[in-house]
Design a binder for this molecule. Structure first.
Ligand SMILES: NC(=O)c1ccc[n+]([C@@H]2O[C@H](COP(=O)([O-])OP(=O)(O)OC[C@H]3O[C@@H](n4cnc5c(N)ncnc54)[C@H](OP(=O)(O)O)[C@@H]3O)[C@@H](O)[C@H]2O)c1
Length: 288
């Protein structure tokens, strides 16, 4: 059966490079099944323009189906703040492919500078944490056996930004999604009351949204394991990558930033039984 991958926030930056390198690496591995990759974006026009640009960029490599290869690139609109687009995505994937094999949750936002108040926290969480959580709720159930779910987290969301007591709560193996949401709300409330620092939270809405994404990854990994599903669930940091989000001083190219997520999507030695729920950096398991 043909394989299907979906990368969110792929009209630019690391997401665009993930789609490109997934196509290149998949071809290099000489897998026999064809692969359809959905370059997903919240803005239809930006997404379709990027799709055309990538098809042009890959033309000389002759890896796309139009040129005799076995990779197809398509656009799909998903906005992490619009649940209807997630429901539509699920329906379209089921109707056109009967499921999904690789989901890379890459889309995210970050406020520039040191903006920090409860509205900044809520806006950041709405996309990065709740948006990712909702899309996982829609699409994880349709990921097929041997499939992969990769959440792009960040070293900015390392456990070290929390007090030891809070870090223990986020790493508790009994934590479930409701418990995680309660912890994320506790942070929001503390910011609203002005008590976040004394309670052991950081002054960092983006970092906290990524703490949530990594904790969510561990919870989903435990869930698929307990359901006996053969799906690899991983969180990773792409490194410090030159994009609109990180700025021009960052050290890595977008192709370098795509390395770990593409590795997690395609590497056959990385398996759920041994690796589910890990946090990865530079294609290796890293400390969260
Ligand atoms: N760059 C780094 O150094 C770095 C380091 C660690 C982790 N990361 C993570 O890597 C991922 C990619 O970041 P990047 O640096 O490539 O950032 P970027 O260039 O700013 O790209 C972010 C992408 O996410 C999309 N997006 C934002 N809000 C969205 C929403 N509500 N729904 C759907 N898509 C949305 C953006 O779409 P628009 O173009 O429409 O805004 C864009 O396509 C993010 O998860 C980021 O947190 C980056």
């Amino acid at each position: 059966m043909a394989k299907v991958a979906l990368v969110t926030g792929a009209n630019k930056g690391i997401g665009y490079a993930i789609v490109k390198n997934l196509a290149l690496k998949y071809t290099e591995l000489q897998r026999t099944q064809s692969l359809t990759i959905y370059l997903s974006a919240r803005n239809k026009s930006l997404g379709e323009t990027s799709l055309t640009e990538l098809q042009k960029e890959l033309k000389p490599q002759k890896i796309l189906s139009d040129d005799g290869g076995n990779v197809d690139l398509k656009f799909m609109r998903i906005d992490l703040t619009d649940e209807q687009t997630m429901e539509n995505a699920k329906e379209d994937l089921l109707k056109n492919h009967g499921g999904l094999d690789i989901l890379i949750n890459n889309a995210a936002m970050a406020f520039k500078g040191s903006a920090f108040d409860v509205n900044v926290v809520r806006t950041t969480f709405a996309t990065n944490f709740y948006g990712t959580l909702k899309l996982c709720n829609y699409l994880l159930p349709i990921i097929r056996p041997e499939g992969r779910l990769i959440n792009i987290a960040s070293s900015a969301g390392r456990l070290g930004i929390l007090s030891q007591e809070l870090a223990r709560e986020f790493t508790n193996d009994d934590l479930d999604v409701d418990g995680l949401i309660a912890l994320m709300k506790k942070f929001e409330d503390a910011v609203e009351k002005g008590t976040w620092a004394e309670e052991g939270w950081p002054t960092n809405s983006y970092g906290m949204s990524k703490v949530g994404v990594t904790a969510l990854t561990r919870i989903l990994a435990r869930r698929v394991n307990s359901e006996g599903k053969d799906i690899l669930v991983s969180a990773c940091c792409p490194g410090w990558v030159r994009t609109d989000m990180a700025g021009p001083a960052a050290t890595l190219t977008t192709d370098q930033g795509a390395e770990t997520p593409v590795f997690l999507a395609l590497d056959e030695t990385t398996v759920p039984q041994a690796n589910n729920g890990e946090f990865w950096k530079r294609c290796k398991v890293a400390q969260w």
